[in-house]
Design a protein around this ligand. Structure first.
Ligand code: HSE
Length: 297
């Protein structure tokens, strides 16, 4: 009647897929322990490693769990303990890990009445609380692993795409505060046909590269016409960090989710580690503290 889970960090957007593409980091994430209780309802018992609200209706894990239990109406309740490793506001899906982990664990304790894909809309309720928008590009890869494409939101249509074996992600998290809500408020509502055309070419190229294990095509497609040009100014040394990763041999990179983390994708763990060193070298000496992650996808 208890489950301990690993709830992974994720990179949303992956440059050209704003709100529609995300990937799951295999080796970075939170842990959660969820226990069945006789008393109905959701209780967040403890959050270790972050000062987040414990009231279920104010907590992303709590809101996602409440949405799921309202739909399934189980006989009992659940207690949730969260061991946070992913910093809130880092841009690698901290809220998504909590929301996805809560619904995954509860569904498991109920005998898995729903598939992982069917859990996505419940986890999205947590994202809505966290950022004001129920985007799925972090919760879907957290629940399904690998890359996920949200082909459509209405109706929700999610496609899982396995990552090529040798693909690694490097993430550097400059520890400044950047809320998704604020990083969304700078975005433009309208785009030109020319930019839309370039973006479509790149997202199609990226998906094609993932299916055919074409690393060069993946790299050529990691380009964002729509969001990065507006958002990058919110991130210290963004252009320099990205250029350093490329120089170290990364295939490409960009802003991780809504930032401030910056990611690069590489073929092979050695290149991913070289990219990490190069990205770190840019921030060293600026006085901005940072965290580094290298992970298979
Ligand atoms: N797609 C979302 C955004 C991800 O870029 O705002 C937030 O993590």
């Amino acid at each position: 009647d208890e489950i301990r889970i690993f709830s992974p960090a994720t990179i949303a957007n992956v440059s050209c897929g704003f709100d529609v593409l995300g990937l799951c980091l295999d080796s970075v994430g939170d842990e959660m322990v969820v226990t069945k209780s006789a008393e109905k309802g959701i209780r967040i018992k403890q959050i270790i490693g972050a000062g987040l609200p414990l009231a279920a209706e104010k907590n992303v894990a709590g809101v996602a769990a409440l949405a799921l239990t309202e739909a399934l109406d189980p006989e009992y309740g659940f207690e949730i303990t969260i061991y946070k490793n992913i910093k809130a506001g880092s841009g690698i899906g901290s809220s998504a890990a909590s929301a996805a982990g809560a619904v995954f664990a509860i569904n498991h304790l109920l005998g898995s009445p729903l598939s992982n894909k069917e859990l996505v809309p419940f986890a999205m309720q947590g994202e809505k609380l966290a950022s004001g928008s129920a985007h799925a590009d972090n919760v879907a890869p957290a629940l399904l692993g690998g890359f996920t494409l949200i082909r459509s939101y209405e109706p929700l249509d999610i496609i899982k795409i396995d990552a090529p074996n040798e693909l690694y992600a490097t993430v550097i998290h400059p520890q400044i505060e950047l809320k998704t809500m604020d990083a969304r408020s700078v975005l433009r509502e309208n785009i030109t046909l020319k930019k839309a055309t370039i973006q479509c070419g790149n997202i199609a190229g990226l998906i094609s590269g993932l299916y055919t294990n074409d690393y060069d095509l993946i790299g050529r497609s990691l380009h964002d016409e729509l969001v990065e040009p507006v958002r990058y100014i919110l991130i210290p040394k963004f252009k320099e960090i990205k250029a350093a990763a490329m120089k170290a041999g990364a295939l490409g990179g960009g802003i991780s989710g809504s930032g401030p983390s910056v990611f690069a994708l590489s073929r092979g763990v050695e290149t991913a580690q070289k990219a990490a060193q190069a990205m770190a070298a840019v921030l060293e000496g600026t006085g901005i503290p940072f965290e580094l992650h290298v992970s298979p996808i």
